[in-house]
Ligand binder design. Structure first.
Ligand SMILES: [Zn+2]
Ligand SMILES: [Zn+2]
Length: 252
């Protein structure tokens, strides 16, 4: 039984077909889903999906791409959303200097405020880091709650070790399966009690579905790849990653 620790189920392709999406996932052994918000509106949509489906849990946060558009009272609005008992984390938050869709200074300010919010509400974080290793590590050390996920990990082993030292889990998505990826080398070194799996649906479709819209069931392919990397039975990977998710997000 697997948990997809990061999917964006509010995208129309997934949301309008949600019953079938969940059923296809169940058939592949994926039975719990963390629906991750990227702004105030879609965080509310995540909550609605979580209210309607026992197996879906939600997070609320402002993604670095959305940081420019965060309203003045975003922390108050996030706090209100996070009060609900199916809200399990603050996210998706972080820094993205690859695309720089939001001004970097604004990204850092919105990230910092949400790190402090996670500490205050005693919730884990789901964070995104692209080409921003140094600032992410520094800000996590200064302001982070010390629990959460480096989602869709794509950086170096050195960065993974810094995140783990600060208390964070490393989550792999479909890019672990891409040909010529350096990530299998990194994944090999991550202890099984620190690793998670995700799809980042509808993005990041794993092999053999690369380039097509992704859905949560494909967590299966990421877990299978991890099993191959560690030379362990699939069941062992499923057991560890799910236990880690249940513990981190306090899933019931
Ligand atoms: Zn992301
Ligand atoms: Zn995401």
């Amino acid at each position: 039984m697997l948990t997809d620790t990061h999917c964006h189920l509010f995208y129309p392709d997934l949301k309008t077909d949600i019953e079938n999406v969940l059923q296809r996932a169940n058939a592949l052994g994926v039975t719990k889903f963390i629906c991750v918000g990227t702004n105030l509106d879609d965080s509310a949509e995540c909550l609605k999906l979580a209210e309607d489906h026992e197996s879906i849990f939600a997070t609320a946060g402002i993604h670095p791409h959305d940081a420019n558009d965060a309203p003045d009272d975003f922390l108050k609005q996030l706090s209100d959303l996070l009060m609900h008992n199916k809200m399990v984390a603050v996210g998706e938050i972080g820094l993205d200097y690859f695309r720089n869709i939001s001004d970097p200074a604004i990204q850092r300010s919105v990230f910092k405020d949400q790190l402090e919010l996670a500490k205050f509400t005693d919730l884990p974080i789901v964070f995104h880091n692209r080409d921003a290793d140094d600032d992410t590590i520094r800000m996590l050390a200064e302001h982070g709650p010390g629990k959460g996920i480096a989602h869709c990990f794509s950086s170096t082993l050195e960065t993974a070790e810094a995140f783990m030292q600060l208390g964070y889990f490393i989550s792999f998505s479909g890019n672990l399966t891409f040909k010529n990826s350096h990530l299998p080398e990194v994944a090999k070194e991550i202890p099984l009690n620190r690793v998670l799996v995700e799809t980042d649906s509808p993005y990041m479709s794993p092999e053999p579905h690369r380039g097509k819209p992704n859905e949560p069931g494909r967590t299966r392919f990421v877990a299978e790849k991890l099993a191959e990397i560690h030379d362990l039975p699939f069941e062992e990977i499923a057991k560890h990653t799910t236990e880690n998710a249940v513990e981190l997000f306090r899933l019931t």
